[in-house]
Design a protein around this ligand. Structure first.
Ligand code: SF4
Length: 300
């Protein structure tokens, strides 16, 4: 362990802090975290946290979700401009306009959205829970924001419902092309292809398995296959290489790097703990509205 990593662990104890890291963070951040997970798992860890401070190594909407689910804690985001471009594509006004247009529809929002957007929605979902949630909603029509690709995937799995999709997308997953998959398959013909549903429908058609980050990790853990092509962010491939050194892990394409997820460095985590920055603050309205959507998701 480096001197800086040592200092972070010491400071974490002194400040009674919990460090949570998303799977898309760099491996050094994942290695100093108390828990590493996808958005859904991080929300659950945050909800149960007993420490006074939660340091969320990820992007803004994740830190907001932690604050909403455990409002008495101080929630810190080490880099204030680590945002999610997809979350920024939809506004509360967009959701209000859709609700007016489709008054009988349920509004489902991907957790990758701002607290203000969540407050306008009926229920949140993650990529691991979206299909299940769409199935249990009583409404026949579902407005899905902001990810058109995840929305299209959920619609394909729940054909009995009618989906109204917003036009947002994750720039990192959306830019993967069918040609990228073909190249990876040609290079590693025996590998199993695992792809995240934030990729386009055409790309998903090339997959052997479609699932969330946690789903992909579980698939590698449980499969007898030796080689895998990973169709999600680099951090997942790096974690898999660390966890399963006996398996061959290939990133589908080097386009799969989220610049925002890579903004957090160890020195930012140290500074966050030392200076108590950058604290997440939300209005009462946003907290209360978004809490309902998030808790409904966790309860399903
Ligand atoms: S990978 Fe995509 S969805 Fe995730 S934080 Fe980056 S831009 Fe947002």
């Amino acid at each position: 362990m480096s001197e800086l990593e040592d200092k972070i662990i010491q400071l974490k104890k002194q400040k009674n802090a919990l460090i949570l890291a998303h799977f898309y963070q760099t491996l050094d951040i994942q290695n100093i975290a108390d828990h590493v997970g996808d958005s859904f798992e991080l929300a659950k860890y945050a909800q149960k946290a007993t420490q006074a401070v939660i340091v969320l190594c990820g992007v803004t909407f994740m830190a907001e979700s932690a604050k909403i689910l455990n409002p008495d804690k101080t929630v810190l985001l080490p880099v204030p401009d680590a945002g999610c471009p997809m979350a920024d594509m939809v506004t509360p006004e967009d959701v209000k306009a859709l609700k007016e247009q489709y008054p009988d529809a349920a509004v489902m929002c991907y957790i990758n959205s701002s607290a203000a957007v969540k407050a306008e929605c009926d229920i949140c979902c993650t990529s691991s829970s979206a299909v299940k949630i769409a199935k249990v909603l009583p409404q026949k029509q579902i407005i899905f924001v902001p990810d058109q690709n995840l929305g299209a995937y959920v619609a394909s799995q729940v054909p009995e419902k009618e989906f109204i999709l917003f036009h947002g997308f994750c720039p990192t997953h959306h830019r993967v092309s069918v040609e990228d998959v073909m190249c990876a398959k040609a290079a590693y013909p025996d590998a199993m292809v695992l792809i995240h549903p934030e990729c386009t429908t055409a790309v998903l058609r090339q997959a052997d398995y479609i699932g969330s980050t946690s789903g992909i990790i579980k698939q590698v853990e449980q499969s007898d296959q030796k080689a895998f092509i990973i169709g999600t962010e680099l951090g997942v491939a790096e974690r898999l290489r660390q966890l399963y050194p006996e398996k061959q892990i290939h990133l589908l394409t080097d386009k799969l790097i989220c610049p925002n997820m890579k903004k957090t460095h160890l020195r930012d985590v140290f500074s966050s703990l030392e200076n108590n920055v950058y604290e997440i603050k939300l209005s009462q309205n946003e907290m209360e509205g978004a809490k309902k959507s998030l808790e409904r998701m966790i309860n399903v």
